[in-house]
Design a protein around this ligand. Sequence first.
Ligand SMILES: Cc1ncc(COP(=O)(O)O)c(C=O)c1O
Length: 352
Amino acid sequence: MIRIIEQRFSEEEKEIVLEILNSGQITRGKWTALFQEEFANYLGVKHVFTVCSGTVALFIALKALGVEGKRVIVPAMSFMATIDAVYLAGGIPVVVDVDDYYTMDPEQLEEAVKRYSPKVVIPVHLYGQTADMDVINWLSEKYGFYVLEDAAQAHGALWKGKRAGALGHISAFSFYASKNVPMGEGGAIATNDEQIAKNIKKWIDFGDHPAFNVRITEFQAAIGYIHLKKLEENNKKRREIAKKYQQYLNGSFIHPEEREGAYHVYHLYTLRHPHRDKIISHLKEKNIDARVYYPYLLSELRNAEHLPTPKAKKFKEEVFSIPVHPYLTEEETDVIIEALLSSVGLVPNPLY
Ligand SMILES: Cc1ncc(COP(=O)(O)O)c(C=O)c1O
């Protein structure tokens, strides 16, 4: 089976895990500190706090912004953690549609902001591409809401030369096993804002305020640290594979487009086709993993208040993702392309 996501760990990583075991310092040691410092440098932000998952990163970020009883706007397409974190933090989510890049529709956002006066807006950089952050940040200044980036799928993505995760007031990352920087489990919150950083600390440092233990172990931090060094190269490989797919599959599917000013890191390569279920079955028969990210809309899944979401509704029925990980060989991408081309021969022409 050609897996949709694959991770490989180097000899260096294996040696460091052993070294950590031998040292006896398996949590709260130099690797956690080093990773936080390196990730902050990489993003170009002042503060990074590692936590145990992306969901917890979103939750604490929302707590640090103070969303209890306040509206929080999220896009219709994302992993469910984006909206669940809002509920868990005591906020009231409002769901808006996506644009043609699968990220928050900025035009509808303005409509929603006028109607609901949100405290926070959460653009999700879905599949590895940033939302239209110029418009979102402009609206944030105009109407006075916080921008919390959900960058769980966008390690290394850029928007006009700036890193995803450094584009709003605060951001949340995941280092879940499938992510472009994997730790097994893990997450991080990043911000440049001193007051927000202080608020975050209340939730994660034991002291005056009731706090959680959300730490990662030294093993996770060390694996993250080494993967971070490989991130640029791995993202380049993902982009090369994406380019090849675009070149050879052109015309048969709707491909993910790169927004002008964006650097897409293809955490997932997500195509669209009206007969995607048949295509997925055909790929599976050929031993190629393909999946739907995500088979739900956040508004429907949690029965949340929402604006009309015609695009997300259509996309939900048509999207499917194929392998794009950096360990794919030329032969494997050839096999994937061939299987996709033969699969569209089996279904009517979509006439896009
Ligand atoms: C967009 C998005 N947000 C949030 C999360 C939550 O991260 P985690 O699984 O680490 O809790 C994920 C990933 O799983 C995600 O893809």
